[in-house]
Design a protein around this ligand. Structure first.
Ligand SMILES: Cc1cc2nc3c(=O)[nH]c(=O)nc-3n(C[C@H](O)[C@H](O)[C@H](O)COP(=O)(O)OP(=O)(O)OC[C@H]3O[C@@H](n4cnc5c(N)ncnc54)[C@H](O)[C@@H]3O)c2cc1C
Length: 506
């Protein structure tokens, strides 16, 4: 092992150790506040937030900035939900960090609608209008969300172009800290300093209390297993159901039985809202991410580590038997569908044997991610000689297209930072490889909300005193969420929900 490699591994190990110490400190320090009794009336400017992912934290932060006391209930021991795992970044446009002439990206709305597909185009009437307004809100507030997070101290200065986007607009930090961790820890650290904030972890909300047309609180089991009640208006930010294999997923997508998931096991909380009259939509629209790593040390694991989309965005290609089979920059749905036409690997879970291949150029521009995957044994540095014999020819053709010397046969037009030249391709060319497979990743469906994050009943009327934001809600992404738009939805609608709640209790 060279001295440089050794130094890199040592510094990354130190970074990971430091990050985990910081995280343990962040999540183990008791969150104290002067709020002794959560059973407070609406007039006392008190709010309940359920779920400590980005949607819940964005809401809590906005509420506190408006002088509202917040109790945040989180079922897990540690806060952060799936948001803390986010590895590619958060979308925003137009922003000062995007390349090209300032503020030249005006295609975000069109890309989002295109990605929403037939679920969007085939809808009509009120539903269609709501989808349009949700998309407008998502896109129009995106640049503001990036600035909001940057002002709080989150570095979002690096921008990548992910599949389905016609412009680079997915923001992450320039350093090694993954975006989900950077955003969640910044918001949590800020909240922790506020006497208005109280976080109750290991508390499972089990019922929404509704009297007449108005929500007035929740029932929950606390960390000691005691049943309790908290009174106040509620923001629901409980995330999706991609980890609910035997519950909502089995009900709405039985065909996905046996697929691995990038989410840890967790029941969906949408039924708590349908119990008070909320409606559901798009529940069968489940995103299967095309590239989750198959860990060679634990091939059969049903929970997979995500191979961040930016690996493809930065220039990575996908091979089966040494050949490309799809434009890797297509949406997740298209890439997943293409993989599903390939022969299934043997055994369980249901997975395929696709190779993700990166060159030195991709590595240099995504080294913070790739070094981490190398340490975890999910990616290896090797040479083309190790791949299927057809791979050399495939990589040569890809390099020709990446250099702009010929059109790509599969229609790829953006090659990120791929730098291997066609005349340099040989058996000894250095590549980074990992085995990937599709995995259940994200649920587009959820409770029906409007652009004010109000939860709607069967008549399309808002249910007073309750809002929903983030993955728990449906209708924002149609049949396919663009990479980076989930963190964005959390930030946009978490803040919107909080602002509406503030008006409600004013
Ligand atoms: C590996 C991975 C990588 C990803 N990368 C990206 C990315 O780069 N960019 C992007 O935009 N999106 C990404 N996503 C998707 C994105 O992270 C999530 O969809 C998004 O963060 C959801 O946020 P949320 O706040 O709605 O829910 P979550 O972050 O999942 O938080 C919900 C919280 O609510 C809690 N909860 C649920 N029910 C209850 C209850 N009854 N009582 C109390 N608490 C409850 C849960 O325990 C959880 O902590 C990624 C997802 C995964 C899994």
């Amino acid at each position: 092992m060279s001295r440089k490699t050794l130094l890199t591994i040592v510094s990354i190990s130190l970074f990971i150790a430091l990050a985990s110490i910081l995280w343990r400190h962040l999540t183990s320090t008791p969150f104290t506040s002067p709020i002794a009794d959560v059973n407070m009336a609406k007039e006392s400017k008190f709010a309940i937030v359920v779920g400590s992912g980005l949607a819940g934290l964005s809401a809590a932060s906005t509420l506190i900035a408006n002088g509202t006391q917040v109790t945040l209930f989180e079922r897990s021991l540690r806060p952060g939900g799936n948001s803390i795992k986010a590895s590619s970044g958060i979308n925003g446009a137009p922003t000062r960090y995007q390349p090209g002439p300032p503020f030249s990206d005006s295609f975000f709305y069109a890309d989002t609608i295109a990605s929403s597909g037939s679920v969007f185009t085939s809808s009509s009437g009120d539903v269609r209008q709501r989808r349009e307004k949700l998309t407008e809100k998502l896109v129009n507030d995106s640049a503001g969300c990036i600035e909001w997070l940057v002002k709080k101290g989150v570095d979002l200065s690096a921008v990548a172009q992910l599949g389905g986007h016609s412009f680079p607009r997915t923001h992450r930090g320039a350093g090694k800290t993954p975006p989900g961790y950077a955003i969640v820890s910044t918001l949590l650290n800020e909240l922790k300093t506020s006497p208005l904030f109280k976080l109750q972890t290991s508390c499972v909300v089990t019922k929404v209390l509704k009297f007449g047309r108005k929500v007035e609180g929740v029932e929950y089991f606390d960390a000691d297993g005691e049943e309790n009640e908290a009174r106040g208006p509620v923001i629901f930010a409980t995330g999706g159901f991609a980890g609910d294999a035997n519950g909502l997923l089995a009900t709405y997508r039985p065909d996905l039985e046996g697929f691995p998931s990038t989410n840890d096991a967790r029941p969906g909380s949408q039924p708590l809202l349908t119990a008070i009259g909320a409606q559901l939509l798009d529940m069968s629209e489940v995103q299967v991410h095309p590239t989750a790593f198959v860990d060679p040390k634990d091939v059969q694991s049903p929970v997979k580590f995500l191979a961040a989309e930016l690996l493809r965005g930065e220039g990575g290609l996908l091979l089966y038997g040494g050949k490309r089979f799809i434009n890797e920059m297509q949406t997740r749905k298209v890439v997943t569908d293409a993989i599903k036409t390939l022969p299934l690997a043997e055994g369980s879970p249901r997975q395929w044997d696709v190779q993700l291949v990166l060159d030195e150029g991709v590595y240099q521009n995504a080294s913070s991610h790739i070094d981490f995957y190398i340490i975890k044994g999910l990616i290896r540095k090797t040479t083309l000689s190790e791949l299927d014999p057809d791979a050399k020819k495939t990589v040569k053709e890809y390099s020709i297209a990446a250099a702009g010397e010929a059109e790509d046969k599969l229609g790829r037009t953006y090659f990120g930072h791929w730098e291997l030249k066609s005349d340099e391709v040989s058996s000894e060319s250095v590549v980074y490889i990992g085995r990937v497979t599709p995995a259940v990743h994200f649920t587009m469906g959820g409770v029906v909300i409007n652009e004010l994050a109000e939860v709607l009943d069967a008549d399309g009327e808002k249910i007073h005193g309750v809002w929903a934001a983030g993955e728990v809600a449906g209708g924002v992404h149609g049949e396919n969420r663009l990479g980076g738009s989930s963190l964005l939805e959390c930030c946009v609608f978490g803040r919107v929900a909080a602002n509406e709640l503030v008006k409600y209790i004013a």
